[in-house]
Design a protein around this ligand. Structure first.
Ligand code: FES
Length: 564
């Protein structure tokens, strides 16, 4: 066991390694060759979605002790989507460095990753990939469904409430009431937003025990799953079942197909690309389009459908989706030592209006569309199940906002030259430009158009969209404006054509005109100190996963220097 390089030593070194641990009341026999299981905890009261994780860690510990292991819980940077400014995505890579270095530097033989709120899943998995010891994920689970004025609500309704209030259909008092009804239990967002999507991704990748993705945080079975994961990780440590044996190209292909079947978040694209980059799997943006084709929408969940994660669990959860996907999935190895197809083969949908079938899907079109064209030379993405069919082929005049501040300042200006056929363009919200690529791509529509009853418009940005967002929204334009892509050169009144069937996105401006605009363009100034300086100089573009360039790959678990 790796941990014996610390706890198995004699003399001064072994004395130091064990003696200080003993101040926690740990008896001597715990150090004698038992697998040491790190429990990587993103608990924080600033991350409300993960605020119950100390309790969850206790359940993991029960399992670890039961299986003969020695559990040691440790904290890492926790990213709460709702509170962290300017955007949690800015810190995903920083948190992943914390995770990687904490795992490698400490005496653990295997690790349990406690993941919940959006970025806490990719940051922990990315960090663990760069060490590559036996790893299992336990997700925190979604909240119970919100209840407001006799109907079910979840995070996607925030955007609807906002537009209803802006267009005068909802009062501020009603907004306050809804606010109190939304988050009525522990757990992360109750819709198929980014947190639920990433929980589904880790289950589809084979990184968690079956059923992990959907058990509500408040359901006692969440603790049971944590307990069982504690038992299993001890076995994985003994078997030396490494993360790289689970995270194969086939596992990623399964995850991409499952993301299509569940109508998962566009953020999965960026996080899966970053994870693949760490573990050394060759995954490209175009794979998302290629692999999603032919996979229909099987889950009727917000924001692409009508139900919530709680309903999803009762209807059979992710195993029922995967079982319904038949031959579409590879029998890739999972953490329980069996393959993903065998794990889910007996699962079934108990509610056909929540989990459909290949014969009766909720939408034949799903997954992620990857667009190409002069406006996005390295690609851009669109989620067709969240878009308006009539806008999937659209030519319109650009209404350009240079920054998010410019957007906020002018979007509701009654004199703004915009109508329902316009295309809203938001620049400088990409990885380098903002920096951190915030979830602002599903721009709110101009108030005057909302009041006319307009419900969707084509919107294009180099930023991201919340997994709970919806609309005909083109995201992740690469190269971003701040990296000097043609996107930086779009001006008010330019014609843009989107054709989702043809996978194209083009700016109808001549090369000569673009060359003239390029000569006038100035790159934005970057921060001169701190983490943001490091980030802006090293972050890769969205089509590569927006990781830091020097974090690609795996350094292994060996510690080569020893100061004792
Ligand atoms: Fe944490 Fe939505 S805010 S999952």
């Amino acid at each position: 066991m790796r941990s014996q390089n610390w706890f198995g030593k004699t003399g001064k070194d072994g004395f130091i390694y064990r003696a200080w641990m003993k101040n926690q009341g740990i008896p001597d026999h715990e150090f004698k060759g038992k697998p040491v299981i790190g429990i990587c905890n993103t608990w924080s009261e600033f991350t409300p979605c993960n605020a119950h994780f100390r309790e969850l860690a206790e359940s993991v510990k029960h399992g670890v002790y039961e299986a003969g292991g020695f559990p040691v819980e440790f904290p890492v940077m926790s990213l709460g989507e709702t509170l962290i400014k300017p955007t949690a995505m800015l810190y995903r890579n920083l948190a992943s460095m914390d995770v990687e270095e904490s795992i490698r530097a400490n005496p653990m033989d295997a690790v349990v990753l406690l993941c919940g709120c959006d970025k806490t899943t990719p940051s922990l998995v990315m960090g663990a990939c760069s060490v590559n010891i036996p790893t299992i994920v336990v997700s925190g689970g979604p909240m119970l469904t919100g209840k407001y004025q006799g109907r079910d609500i979840g995070t996607s309704d925030v955007w609807r409430f906002n537009e209803a209030e802006r267009s005068g259909k909802m009062t501020l008092d009603e907004m306050a009431e809804a606010e109190a009804c939304m988050c009525r239990s522990r757990g992360h967002c109750a819709v198929m937003g980014t947190a639920s999507t990433m929980a589904c991704m880790v289950e589809a990748l084979g990184l968690s025990l079956p059923g992990n993705a959907a058990i509500p945080a408040a359901d006692a079975r969440r603790k049971v799953l944590a307990h069982l994961s504690g038992i299993r990780i001890v076995e994985m440590a003994k078997e030396q079942l490494l993360l790289s044996q689970i995270l194969t190209r086939e596992a990623f292909e399964n995850a991409i197909k499952v993301n299509a079947a569940i109508g998962g978040s566009t953020n999965a694209v960026i996080h899966l690309l970053a994870m693949a980059g760490r573990i050394g799997v060759d995954l490209k943006l175009s794979d998302f389009d290629d692999l999603s084709r032919g996979v229909p929408l099987l889950a009727n969940l917000h924001p692409s459908g009508n139900y919530f994660m709680e309903d999803f669990y009762y209807a059979g959860g992710l195993p029922a989706i995967m079982s319904g996907m038949g031959d579409l999935l590879y029998p890739a190895l999972t953490v329980n030592g069996k393959d993903i197809v065998s794990n889910s083969k007996n699962a079934k949908s108990y509610q056909s209006d929540v989990i459909g079938s290949l014969d009766e899907p909720f939408n034949p079109l799903s997954g992620i569309v990857v667009l190409q064209g002069n406006l996005c030379e390295n690609g851009a993405v669109l989620k067709p199940s969240a878009a308006t069919p009539a806008l999937m082929k659209h030519r319109g005049k650009a209404v350009v906002f240079e920054t998010i501040e410019d957007f906020h300042h002018r979007i509701d200006d009654p004199d703004l030259d915009v109508d329902a056929t316009s295309i809203l363009v938001l620049k400088n919200v990409g990885p380098k430009g903002y920096p951190g690529m915030p979830e602002v791509g599903n721009m709110t529509l101009p108030k005057k158009l909302l009041q006319q009853g307009v419900t969707d418009m084509v919107r294009i940005s180099d930023g991201r969209m919340s997994g709970t967002g919806f609309g005909t929204v083109v995201l992740h334009v690469s190269p971003e404006a701040a990296a000097g892509g043609i996107f930086a050169l779009v001006q008010d009144g330019d014609w843009i054509e989107l054709d989702v069937d043809k996978r194209s996105l083009n700016l109808e401006v001549s090369d000569e005109e673009l060359a003239q605009r390029r000569a006038q363009w100035q790159a934005p100034a970057f921060q001169t100190r701190g983490y943001v300086h490091l980030y802006q100089h090293h972050v890769e573009q969205a089509h590569l996963g927006a990781d830091l360039d020097f974090l690609r790959g795996c350094s292994g678990s060996e510690v080569t220097r020893d100061s004792h």
